[in-house]
Every structure is written in C-alpha cells, then in structure tokens.
Design a protein around this ligand. Sequence first.
Ligand code: G6P
Length: 610
Amino acid sequence: MCGIIGYIGKKNSVGKILIEGLKRLEYRGYDSAGLAIVQDNSILLRKTAGKITRLEEKVANLDISGNLGIAHTRWATHGKPTTLNAHPHSDCKGQIVLIHNGIIENYQTLKKSLQKDGHLFKTETDTEVLAHLIEQFYDGSRLEDAVQKALEVVEGTYGIIVISASEPDKMVAARNGSPVVVGVGENETFIASDVAAILQHTRQVIYLEDQQMVVATPEHFSTMTIRNERVEHIVQEVDWDLEMIEKGGFEHFMLKEIFEQPETIKNAMRGRLIDEYGISKLGGLNMSEEQLRKIERIVLIACGTSWHAALLGEYMIEEKARIPVEVEYASEFRYRNPIIEPNTLVMAISQSGETVDTLAAMREAMEKGARCMGICNVVGSTIARESQGGVYIHAGPEIGVASTKAFTSQITVLSLLALMLGRMRNISSSEGKDIISALREIPLQVEKILEKNDDIREISKKTCCHNNFLYLGRGANYPVALEGALKLKEISYVHAEGYPAAEMKHGPIALIDKNMPVVIICPRDNAYQKIIGNINEVKARDGIIIAITSENNDEIIDMADHVIFIPQTLDFLYPILASIPLQLMAYHIAVLRGCHVDQPRNLAKSVTVE
Ligand code: G6P
C-alpha cells in the first residue's frame, strides 16, 4: 500500500531511476504519484492524480537529472486521490520534502498545534504534518536530528524518506510498521518499500526494523534507531532476478503468474518430500519432533486470499493430522483477546509478509506466549523475520494484485504440513507415499488444465455479461468457491458470492434465475451425489451451470451448461487443481469487461495500513 522509492548516488539520472522504480511499485497503489528531485539547492517537485504514466507525461519535457530524489505512488487513506494530496509533501518553504507510506494517527492534534505556530497546510493528508514537524525542529543542518525529533511525537505507522534542499547530499529514511528496504550499490543507495523497485540496480539489501532509520550520502550510509542508538545492519542478497518481475510476453502479470503455477507448485515442494518414508520435511519451522508432537491446537491467521488458503489448511490438517485448527481473520484476532494455550501453534499466512493486520495479530499471539510461525512468500519480509520459524512458499515475486500463484503455493505448503503432522500421528507410511505421489503429479496436472485456457475463455465470453455469480463447493471445495468468487469480484467488479453448496437452500437459491451463472465444483468424491442434487435445483430455476469436475465424468455434460474437466487427484488435493480454472475464468471475464486486471480499482497488493 503506497510505494516509496529514493535514490542518492553518483549517477546523474535520478529522474529515470525513480520513474522506473515507481512502475515496479505501482501494484502497491496507483491513484496518484509524484516525485521530488534536488537540483542546485532547490527542489523540483511534480505530482499528479492518476497512474505513473501521467506523471511520466508531466515530466517528459523537464530536466529530471540529478543525484538525489524521492518518488511515491499512492493508495489514498486520508484525503482524496487528487494532485494536491499526492506525495511528496513539503514544509512551508518547500525546502523539506518527504514521502510516506502508513498513517499518522495523531495528525489532527499535531496539525492544530503546528497551525498555531504559523505553519500553513496545503493538503488534507496526514502526511503533511510530518513535513511541518521536521521543519519545526530543523536548523538547516543534520536533517536526521530533526527527523528523529519529529518521530518522537508522532503516533502511527510510517515508512518515510525525507530530503532537504539545504543538504543536497543526504537522504534520510525511517520505518515503523511500514516496510523499508535499503538497496546497497557502489557509491549509491536506494531506499524503497520493496525490493522490486530496486532489483535492476542491486540485489544487496538491508531490511530496516521498526523504529530504525538510515542516513545515506552518495558514498556512505549508516543505520540507527530513531532514538539515535547505533544499529549494526546485515546486508542480505535477494535471490529474485529481474526477469521474475517482468511480464515475459504475457499481456498481464496475473496471466503470467497463473501460467507459472506448474513451476511454482513444484518449487513449494522442492526438497521437502521424502518418498521412501512417505513424509515431508519443513526444516524452517525450527521445531523438534517432540515439540511438533505436542501441538494440541493450531490457529491460522491471515487476510484475503491467504485467509482462504488458511481455510483449506484447516481441512487438510484436521483430516490428516487430527489436530483441531481454527482459522481467524487477522484483523479480528488481533482485537479479540484470543485464547492461547501452552501447546497452541499460531501460523500467520501472508504472501507479502507485510499485511499490517496479520503482522499485528502475530505480534499479539507472541505477546501471549504463543509459538508463531510464518508461511510467507517474500523472503526477509517482516512476518518472516519476526516469526519464530516458518515455511517460505518460494512462488517468486507476485505482482498482479489478485493473488494466484501464491495461493496455490500456500495450499501446497499446507498440504505438506498436514502430511508431516499426519505422519507423526495418524497416517500410515503407505498413505503418506500415496499423498507424495499425488503431490508429484500436481504440476503436470496443472499444465493440463492450463491447456484448456481457450475453452475457458469461450465459457467466459458466454457468461461475462452477467452481473452476479454464485460459486458453490462442498467440504474443502467450499474455500475454493470463496476464492473463485473473490477473484471475480476483485478484478472484474462483478458481484460474486461463494457458498457451501448445501447452504444454497438457505438463501442464495432465492436469487437464481436465468441471469445467474452458478459455478459448481463437483469432484467425484463422497459428496458427489449431494452436489448433483444442487445442480438439479439450480437447473430447475433456469440458472446457468458451470461445472468443474473430474475427467471422464461425462454424465455431467447433460446437466451443466458448461463443463471444465480437470484431472483426478486425491480429494484433499483437489482444491489446488480446482482453483486454476476459476482463476482463468476471473481473468478472462475481467479482460472481456475491459477492466484493468493487474491494477483493479481501490485495491492494493500489500495492505500495510489498517
Ligand atoms: C490484499 C491483496 C490480496 C491478498 C491480501 C492478503 O487484499 O489484494 O491479494 O490476499 O491482501 O495479503 P498477504 O500478502 O498477507 O497474503
């Protein structure tokens, strides 16, 4: 949510670096953008409502060279997404300029007091108070001192980068609750909200912790706390490369990421399956076998698509390991005074590892003495760093705002966890081996589903004109229905609801008529006959049926309007396969309806504010 980038160094092309960086960050927010560049002891500041391309046009005929600058792409919280409210924001004299990701919670009190002192405010944002506060404490040298004093009185979350025209060789950044990564180059330093923005320049990075800051000059940088205590930093190497964050010939990142799934699912399993014993190994959990055996309850916390993965985790773990699992929205969990017993394991599931509610919920659980694990994609993210152990899903960068490959990798990892815990308790070696061989087939089976892309596009063409969709599934396919509906809502703005199939009779059936496509996930499992009942009920009310079912289940052809056949697998792995056609359908419907698939309105990839 909101992307920030800053550059200081020997290259004279700061404008170009900032615009390129913003384009890579655009998935974090895209309602307005702006940049500020230090030139001859003054600051060139340009901003605009709309996407980065509008900013690019605005500066196309300007000299945007220089060695120091900052830029921002916004996801509005306080103040409308207008040009005026876009970042960077400045002090009264336009000498101190800053960008911010987060929320200053006590901004109204601070604003009143600054106004009394004569500061003139230009915008409706919470961020502007920071610029004036720093101005209040600044004597024209040592910008970092003024920033520290300002942060002492600020309450809330921030990832900020600050520059001053009077110190054209210094960039100051600080973090509290919103991610900040420092890119280390040769005679240059980059600062950004995530590595995607700086990857083309360096893979050496430092992740700032909360209440830490960095002061960079062209030749040097140092890290400290916001109370000016020295901090030893650790430079880490990012293992993502540039190719991974480009579209690679696909029209959208979302489509590219859907098509990456045979590979990403394989990566989620790589090195973690031991065929001989029918077991899985998740070393990153940092727990001994004894500790794992003692787990009496698991709480999974997450938001959005990751929450749907958690629901699937509940089915998988309870079925295979017989450990009670609870799934909680992180945003609810953090304010609920949750019950944490000594043998409760809490797992925070988050693609980005930065979602503010998931992070806060995890901290709350640790505060109450829980052992907390992370299931994250982004290596070095805050949840990954602060948890006591965990599992990386290794899906590679996910840029499309609607999560796809991260979801299937999360459920793959959860199936490995279910297998691991199950083998310690409930399931035999031969069942473990069956699960492993089914898992090993999944990537190829996903490829087979992706080959049906054209057929799925045709079904989408026939149904994309409808404004309401219902998704139904039973058992573990109920979360798949929820996720299918969410994908459609997110990117095509079509109203869609996911329901447990049997619950259809308790409400949604009232909505069914010839204008209601109903997507039904109906594998040939032990609930198959029951779901056939649902299909007939929809049919009797003229609903349009799109069935996702197992190959060779030809009887369904006569009942459904459209059928998507997917390969057969174990019931508990079926959700991985069933999710793929639903992703493709959501994608095609959004494209056919002319929606901006990778940047859906009002959404952001990483929700770092409450
Ligand atoms: C946002 C994104 C979703 C994502 C959710 C949780 O809402 O748009 O795609 O599922 O955040 O994100 P996380 O990074 O914690 O998985």
